[in-house]
Design a protein around this ligand. Structure first.
Ligand code: GCB
Length: 625
């Protein structure tokens, strides 16, 4: 039934303290600095799916020992490959600069930014790393392997299996020769770049930053971990956007004080949103051996009260979207033009936020959010936790590890204001209480500076995980999956949804999903389901209640979905999920205009008039990055 293989095997291109993490080592985004080089292995990779009966021929014949190059493939026209379940093999030969292979003071690292789901990696036929779970990076130090002789190339082989079981995260039933159950297209394989980078052998391994504001003084707390030699010196400088040093310190841990700091504000909340400082870290071992890394830093605070979500002490209302990493041809393959188009649409819409439904998005997405002030609810791949066995110890242990990896990767992004540990789990099942209590307290221990939530579609009086969240995030599909076609139920049902949740928990609420499937170009008035008129009417009914309740404790609304996206085949999906306000090709349906008008109206109500950026107002030219 459901397709499994990504067509995107073509790769193009108080303290949050690192000691709280169970993981070894940091996961700094690889960048070029005076001490670090980077080689991005985008382009065509050799590819082979293992169609053998047991899917294990590649391991039996040790495909990693020989070049795969006799087999070459492309975005598939074969249903058999699209629907493939099991191991596929990728291979790429990389030419290395001579000093990488000859200078033993250079550390060479192979980093895979995302391989979905289970990956095994060899370099020159030698096993170097294995990783479970897509959407998060992993890496291996391959210095010893490439510094062994005169050769200046290395062969990288990656075997990836897309099988999903009740114990994977996300759990699923995408199992060879068995049924497939999954709510969106399980694009597999390499979604993002594979890179090689270098550091000195004594190197900056991780940087953790938290920020606070006391009176007018911005505080930047930092922790740096260095690997390699024990003897080194660390210098830390904070530069403003003009390149002026505003604070400096030495040592592995400290606090930088910035009087009159420019705060990081969300888009449309301030006339100069998304102010970023640069934290320059210099590690010196000897005069000639140094490592440099620069991290963008936004100084901001996040807090939650009984009825408000506060950024820099001011109430923040999420008017935004849910997304998917999904597009025609690319599937989940990373694509800069698509990313820029999506950011331009988000800004055009007047949206200030999104949730990374239902897995961590690429690091480049978060970097743009930092840079443009788009607030993020960062969700882990905990989608579809429905079966009792997916709440057992094996699943929980893996889920905790995934949160370690997610927090390690994304902890320094000012745009990330909340963690979401799951989407629509069966949180009324008995083991859900222990599961979510453990998961949420673990996440808070990793990062006490951000609120934690999960997204529920359970009833307020049955949900056993809700007592542990900081913000209640509720999904509901009134007049769509329930009382289909009856728009008149929306207002009373939505009103009692909010009132019941608030009465029970006294916590701020976000409507984290609502929407209707709509086939662009289908018109019907009076509205019927799947027409553009129905989507508009459904939204308008929801909005009436949002407007009442956002005066009280509703702190956000996120439409499902930003754009149409691919799913498995099913009688309720018409070549994918059509709840986008944009088509999969990013063209607006009528509802996009309703939402645009609404979001800009909310902005003009909540922002000082002079601070609304004129270039982003309705009817003016869209933002261009
Ligand atoms: C939901 C899920 C989302 C689905 C959506 C739908 O509740 O969270 O992943 O795509 O409903 O359209 O069915």
């Amino acid at each position: 039934m459901s397709p499994k293989l990504s067509p995107c095997w073509v790769v193009l291109g108080p303290l949050l303290c690192s000691c709280a993490l169970a993981l070894q080592g940091g996961m700094l985004f690889p960048v070029e600095t005076p001490s670090r080089e980077l080689k991005v292995l985008d382009g065509l990779w050799h590819f082979r799916a293992d169609f053998s009966e047991n899917r294990l021929l590649g391991f039996e014949q040790q495909w990693y020992r020989q070049p795969l190059r006799e087999v070459f493939n492309d975005i598939t026209q074969e249903a058999q490959l699209r629907d493939f379940i099991g191991w596929v093999w990728y291979e790429r030969e990389a030419v290395l600069p001579q000093r990488w292979t000859q200078d033993t003071d250079t550390r060479v690292v192979l980093r895979i930014n995302s391989a979905h789901y289970h990956a095994v990696v060899w370099v020159n036929g030698i096993h170097v790393v294995e990783h479970e779970g897509g959407h998060l990076p992993f890496e291996a130090d391959i210095s010893k392997l490439v510094q062994t002789g005169p050769q200046t190339t290395c062969r990288i082989t990656i075997a990836i299996n897309n099988t999903l079981t009740p114990h994977t995260l996300p759990p699923g039933s995408i199992i060879y020769k068995s049924d497939t159950v999954f709510d969106f297209f399980n694009y597999a394989g390499l979604h993002r770049s594979v890179v090689l980078y270098t550091t000195p052998t004594t190197y900056i391994d991780d940087i953790t930053v938290t920020t606070d504001v006391e009176q007018e003084v911005g505080l930047v707390n930092y922790w740096i971990s260095v690997q390699g030699d024990e003897h080194f010196q660390l210098e830390v400088r904070l530069l403003d956007e003009d390149g002026k040093v505003v604070a400096q310190e030495t040592g592995e841990q400290g606090q930088l004080r910035v009087p009159g700091a420019n705060l990081w504000w969300p888009y449309l909340m301030h006339e100069h949103p998304a102010y970023l400082y640069s934290l320059e870290v210099r590690m010196a071992k000897t005069v000639s051996e140094s490592d440099f890394y620069t991290l963008p830093v936004g100084i901001r605070t996040v807090a939650v009260t009984e009825s408000k979500f506060l950024i820099n002490g001011k109430p923040f209302y999420f008017h935004g979207v849910n997304k998917h990493e999904d597009s025609d041809i690319r599937g989940k393959g990373f694509d800069w033009p698509l990313l820029i188009k999506d950011f331009n649409l988000i800004k055009w819409l007047g949206a200030n936020s999104f949730r990374t439904s239902h897995y961590p998005y690429s690091e480049e997405v978060l970097q743009l959010c930092d840079r443009y002030g788009i607030v993020v609810i960062d969700e882990c791949p905990g989608v579809g936790i429905k079966l009792p066995q997916s709440f057992g110890n094996e699943s929980l242990r893996h889920h905790l590890e995934v949160m370690d990896e997610l927090v390690r990767r994304d902890k320094n992004h000012p745009a990330v204001v909340m963690w979401s540990v799951a989407n629509e789990p069966a949180s009324a099942l008995k083991p859900a209480a222990y599961y979510f209590k453990t998961l949420i307290s673990h996440t808070k221990a990793l990062d006490p500076t951000r609120p934690v939530t999960f997204v529920t579609n359970e009833k307020y009086n049955a949900d056993l995980g809700a007592p542990y969240v900081d913000v209640v995030c509720v999904n509901s599909y009134f007049s769509w999956y329930h009382d289909s076609g009856h728009l008149e139920v929306i207002q009373p049902q939505l009103k009692s949804q909010f009132e019941n949740w608030y009465k029970t928990y006294k916590k701020p609420i976000i409507q984290s999903e609502y929407g209707a499937d709509t086939i662009a170009g289908f018109h019907q008035d009076p509205p019927v389901m799947f027409s553009e008129e129905y989507q508009k009417a459904l939204l308008e009914n929801y909005h009436l209640i949002f407007d009442q309740k956002r005066k009280e404790y509703v702190v956000g609304e996120l439409i499902w979905n930003f754009a149409d996206f691919m799913t498995n085949q099913s009688p309720i999906r018409v070549i994918g999920n059509k709840k986008g306000i944009f088509t999969r090709q990013r063209q607006p349906k009528s509802a996009a205009f309703i939402l645009r008008e609404r979001y800009w109206r909310i902005v003009s109500e909540t922002m000082d008039h002079h601070s609304v950026p004129t270039t982003h107002c309705l009817g003016t030219r869209p933002f261009t990055i």
